[in-house]
Ligand binder design. Structure first.
Ligand SMILES: *Cc1c(COP(=O)(O)O)cnc(C)c1O
Length: 356
């Protein structure tokens, strides 16, 4: 039976990426060696790294003055590297979910981290709107897509201090005005590549302003200077990212994929709103994520959660269980998820409704 992969991360990759990486495992770029055994200093891999960076710059229209680097340690390492490298004595955080909370926690180690607003009062089911940002903070940190809770901040905010964003789960899903950000980071395993690499886009002039000793490997300047080769980079994950970016470019880039993403998520939200068995966890349409669609059983049908889960599984739906802190269901509709998979899930929801 065909499986429909709704996992939140690591998650579905384009067939193009899978085919090209299988090819690369057999023979990387005509080198006669596998991408799994090639030196990161080989001319073939250096070309791959440079092309991956060039594709990022092209697809996101990254202006000059920014550097693109690839690091290990996941998005979680960035939670610590950001305050270590950029926070003088004060920073500001918008706390919109579990990842944002973890990022905020690391900043507290380095001084006064201010929570400007939080949506914890309603289990992170909305994006706080009216808040004021302290003008003397070194930066303001946001999480654009809250993977666990299914909320998304889709408009690049205008702020007066350097803006930093965790875009792990919506990078490359829509156009972004990079010039509004001082730093953007994203673990690759949602929309880009298998786990193992993190993309960091950084405005160079925000560096070198703090007065603390930073371990060499945790200093952004080290990785910029070494062109992401200070230590051995995750060669395979970078190669896979290159394939996904080529696929995205062929498809028409971030504007084209945004259109598809809005259609996919829109179809699913429409069904959740229509189907009497389900309710969305995010009520405000404006805050609903185009990447992670979260829903629960309606009040009167709570006991049907397991039966629906079993039914969906029997029809090939994989990875639709909600995160343990939300319960219910979460269908991740990342770039690589075909519209047919969303249509298949909707069909399952309709069929199940008829049996009740
Ligand atoms: C998945 C995710 C993370 C964690 O990424 P790791 O690479 O596991 O550290 C952080 N932030 C967001 C928004 C995520 O979706």
């Amino acid at each position: 039976m065909k499986k429909h992969n709704f996992f939140a991360g690591p998650s579905i990759l384009p067939q193009y990426t899978l085919d090209r990486t299988i090819e690369g495992i057999r023979d990387f770029s005509g080198s006669g060696l596998s991408v799994l055994e090639i030196s990161h200093r080989s001319k073939e891999f250096i070309a791959c790294m440079n092309d991956t960076i060039a594709l990022c710059k092209e697809l996101l229209e990254i202006p000059s003055g920014y550097q693109v680097i690839f690091l290990g340690g996941g998005a979680s390492l960035q939670f610590a590297m950001i305050p270590m490298n950029l926070m003088d004595t004060k920073s500001a955080y918008l706390v919109t979910g579990e990842w944002a909370t973890k990022a905020f926690k690391e900043a507290k180690i380095y001084g006064e981290a201010v929570e400007v607003a939080s949506s914890k009062d309603k289990n992170f089911s909305y994006i706080p709107k009216n808040y004021s940002i302290p003008s003397d903070a070194s930066y303001f940190h946001i999480t654009t897509n809250n993977t666990i809770y299914g909320t998304e901040l889709k408009k690049d905010p205008d702020v007066q201090i350097p803006l930093i964003a965790d875009m792990s789960s919506d990078i490359f899903s829509r156009p972004v005005d990079v010039s509004k950000y001082s730093l953007i980071y994203a673990g690759a395993q949602k929309n880009l590549a298998p786990a193992g690499v993190t993309l960091v886009i950084i405005r160079e002039d925000i560096l070198g302003k703090v007065n603390r000793t930073i371990p060499t490997i945790l200093d952004y300047r080290t990785h910029i200077k070494a062109e992401s080769m200070f230590n051995t980079p995750p060669v395979f994950a970078v190669f896979a990212a290159q394939q996904t970016l080529k696929w995205l470019k062929e498809l028409g880039g971030v504007e084209a994929i945004q259109k598809k993403n809005m259609e996919k998520a829109g179809m699913l939200y429409d069904e959740i709103d229509r189907n009497r068995l389900f309710v969305p966890t995010v009520k405000d349409v404006e805050d609903r994520s185009f990447m992670n669609v979260c829903f629960v059983m309606a009040e009167d049908y709570r006991e049907l959660e397991q039966p629906f889960s079993d039914f969906a599984k029997s029809k090939g739906m994989v990875g639709i269980a909600g995160h343990r802190s939300v319960g219910g269901f979460r269908a991740s509709t990342y770039n690589a998820l075909p519209a047919e998979s969303v249509a298949a899930l909707i069909e399952v929801m309709k069929e199940f409704e008829k049996t009740i």
